[in-house]
Design a protein around this ligand. Structure first.
Ligand SMILES: *Cc1c(COP(=O)(O)O)cnc(C)c1O
Length: 454
């Protein structure tokens, strides 16, 4: 490949043959994609030489930041030694055995077995089969329905998208039978005059009502992200999950925690489950598992299910060519080692998390800002048309795009979810990085005022 091709030529080549994920091809191809050439530390660089502060950690995944040599070295060494072998033929490999032990140690008590896949979507598809298979082994094959939440995101395969609560995705051939959804504890939209305790109870009560409607004998599981990420960083009020877990236990319904974003330190704890005191039967892991340096996901299987699979015997006809990929496992081990060596999670919990909360709160006075919320290194700034009320924008999502575009051209990568500006930076983000994030975000808000508040 010639390095002398111009940016425009690269963009045209890309537009001619590449269909990017979650894109409107017509407008994207007219505009041309931003060609990212390299990344280092907390910055990504494009072909124009712009340095952009990556306040999204790639896609909620590059938790240790870019250019970490120990992960690169682990991949190179493993590729040289054993680049691939499957785990189908009564075979396994050392990185996978070591990683499985490590994950069993790190995750909450009772999660001691691991099934591997390559993405969060695949892991959740695996879970859907697993929990239905579990109930079938238990002699209750009619327990099939999985209850999720509106705005939940569990991936983009047909089943994972059906389990998720994104209506736009449902409308595009991802609305399979035996999934149901309840309203999430999204305080900004739904709390009204309720206290946090009331809102926690009333939001959880929706699960009890849904179970009664469907029949507990038909419900296999309830699935939730401890904090909803792609749905807009929706942080539940204290006590919500206590009610939820009680309801699940009462009706003998499995609890699935999708920790694809909240896992591996994002909230200042190893897992969101640690923060909220959750005892999930199954846990989904991906993204931060390898900090995105290699694709890998994992399903943590609780003792109750694992023991049933082991005791009942019989083959679980499930797995992928790349399940338990040795290079991904080696990178995951190096990634977890780095998180531990640099005490990243303690720093998020005691220093940078609280600092981000304070820094974002400094934006609350802005005319465009209706609410600011964060937990660890996950944050959202909700945009409003009028602070009094607050009054939301009529054309949902459009305001978010305006601010996001100003942010990116001002050297700050953030994402807009509806009209919320989302941040999920690398866990290695420093206070200086956070200052830069908030400074650039304020500038983007200011620049958006004429178009949005006119
Ligand atoms: C990103 C995400 C997924 C899907 O992961 P992919 O690797 O994109 O398939 C699932 N669950 C949650 C909570 C996610 O954030």
């Amino acid at each position: 490949m010639s390095a002398e091709l111009s940016k425009l030529e690269w963009q045209q080549m890309d537009a001619a043959h590449h269909l990017a994920p979650f894109s409107d091809y017509k407008s994207l191809h007219a505009e041309g994609s931003r060609m990212i050439t390299h990344a280092d530390g907390h910055f990504i660089y494009d072909m124009d030489g712009h340095a952009i502060l990556d306040a999204m950690a790639g896609l909620w995944c590059v938790n240790v930041g870019y250019g970490r040599q120990s992960l690169v070295d682990a991949a190179a060494a493993q590729m040289t030694k054993l680049p691939y072998y499957n785990s189908f033929f009564k075979t396994s490999n050392q990185p996978v055995a070591a990683l499985s032990k490590k994950l069993a140690e790190l995750t909450p008590e009772g999660l001691n077995h691991v099934l591997y896949a390559n993405s969060g979507s695949e892991a959740n598809d695996t879970i859907i089969r697993l929990v239905r298979h579990y109930w079938a082994l238990k002699g209750q094959p009619e327990k099939r329905v999985i209850i999720g939440r509106d705005y939940g995101y569990h991936g983009s395969t047909i089943m994972a998208a059906s389990m998720g609560g994104m209506s736009g995705m449902h409308a595009q051939a991802a609305q399979e039978a035996d999934f149901s959804h309840i309203r999430p504890p999204y305080g900004f939209l739904y709390q009204g005059n309720q206290t946090d305790a009331q809102f926690a109870a009333s939001s959880a009560q929706l699960l009890a009502e849904k179970i009664a409607e469907i029949g507990a004998d038909k419900v296999a599981a309830f699935v939730a992200e401890p904090i909803q990420g792609a749905g807009g960083v929706i942080i539940p009020p204290a006590g919500y999950f206590d009610h939820i877990q009680k309801i699940c236990a009462e009706h003998d319904i499995l609890f699935i925690a999708d920790e694809v974003i909240t896992g591996f330190g994002r909230t200042g704890y190893w897992f969101g489950s640690d923060m909220y005191g959750l005892k999930p039967d199954v846990m989904t892991l991906a993204k931060g598992l390898t900090s995105g340096y290699m694709p890998m996901s994992a399903v943590m299987v609780g003792d109750r299910i694992a023991q049933t699979l082991i005791d009942e015997g019989g083959e679980f006809y499930h797995g992928f060519t790349y399940s338990g990929h040795p290079v991904s496992a080696a990178v995951a081990l190096a990634n977890l080692q780095l998180i531990e060596d640099e005490t990243m999670i303690d720093i998020v919990r005691s220093e940078t998390g609280p600092y981000l909360a304070e820094a974002l709160t400094s934006l609350a006075d802005h005319d465009l800002v209706g609410e600011v919320r964060s937990c660890g290194l996950l944050g959202c700034v909700e945009l409003v048309a009028d602070k009094n009320g607050p009054v939301l924008f009529e054309d949902t999502g459009a305001a978010g795009v305006v601010v996001r575009d100003h942010a990116i051209s001002g050297g700050l990568m953030m994402r807009a979810v509806r009209d919320g500006m989302i941040t999920s930076p690398p866990l290695s983000f420093t206070k200086t990085d956070i200052d830069m994030l908030v400074e650039r975000l304020r500038l983007a808000l200011d620049k958006a005022v004429p178009a949005l508040l006119g």
